[in-house]
Unconditional design. Structure first.
Length: 276
């Protein structure tokens, strides 16, 4: 299985140049950019510099993280989202990165499941039209917290299925899958082609509703049933890229090189049980 590095893992301790250097050194196949880091990079260097790097490197860009918060927006607010997405599409196309991760909004008071579904489908279809012009795929990343509008696997998958477009799929993030109370049976029924991005991570042993991104642990060090998740992915024939994505402030205290190296080793230890 090919392995990607998500910049969130060293978000506060590193930058694009350093992440690329060590991700390449330790043999990752892909990098997923965090937009804050990428925008910082463009303050120092140009997109041509980035293209130049990729032209000489084994590592390739995999996705931009992320367009936040794309749904439940009206008028001006949604225009802003469209413009931001368009900018991301242009960057992606330029560096030959074909996926953009899109993140749902927190829920508004008293909105029903049906209203969320309808609004999300309408919003994604508009964005997917833009993405199509640039050859970009949209990967919806559910946020496994009660207060978010798309917060579990089956709800997200249903939206993807109803949209039924080649360039719309989802992110399977183990932490969000777990905190949102998603079911392994639902993953086992999914079409693997609709899983565009697979984020691996683990979690501290706390009540689900108390868990936040900062509670993510190295794969294999926590309580997420990663074996069951990987078994289900293997069962449905998923054969994509796995990307390690943590947001743990403790790991941000590490030297980036050490964090990037350990992230790869921990990821391999877990996935090698199912994928070679
Ligand atoms: Zn993720």
């Amino acid at each position: 299985m090919l392995i990607g590095y998500n910049q969130a893992t060293t978000l506060k301790s590193s930058n694009v140049e350093t992440d690329l250097k060590y991700a390449e050194k330790y043999g990752y196949d892909f990098i997923e950019f965090q937009m804050g880091q990428l925008n910082d990079y463009f303050g120092r260097k140009s997109i041509s510099d980035l293209k130049e790097f990729f032209s000489q490197s084994n590592i390739k860009p995999y996705s931009l993280n992320a367009l936040e918060y794309f749904n439940l927006k009206k008028g001006e607010e949604f225009e802003k989202i469209k413009n931001e997405f368009l900018k991301m599409c242009k960057i992606s196309k330029e560096i030959a990165c074909d996926s953009i991760i899109i993140v749902p909004s927190p829920k508004k008071d008293s909105i029903s499941e049906d209203e969320i579904k309808k609004d999300s489908i309408d919003s994604i279809n508009i964005l997917a039209d833009i993405g199509e012009q640039y050859g970009i795929k949209l990967a919806i990343e559910l946020i496994g917290l009660e207060e978010f509008s798309i917060n579990n696997f089956s709800q997200c998958y249903e939206i993807v299925q109803e949209i039924n477009r080649n360039n719309v799929g989802m992110v399977m993030d183990c932490f969000h899958f777990y905190t949102g109370g998603s079911k392994i049976e639902d993953l086992r029924k999914a079409d693997s082609e609709k899983i565009f991005v697979f984020h691996i991570d683990d979690s501290k042993d706390l009540p689900l509703n108390e868990l936040r991104d900062s509670d993510r642990l190295w794969p294999g060090d926590g309580v997420i049933p990663l074996d069951k998740i990987l078994g289900a992915l293997k069962f449905i024939g998923f054969d994509g890229v796995v990307t390690v994505e943590l947001f743990n402030p403790e790991y941000w205290k590490w030297e980036p090189e050490k964090a990037i190296k350990v992230a790869k080793e921990k990821t391999e230890d877990v996935i090698n049980r199912f994928y070679k």
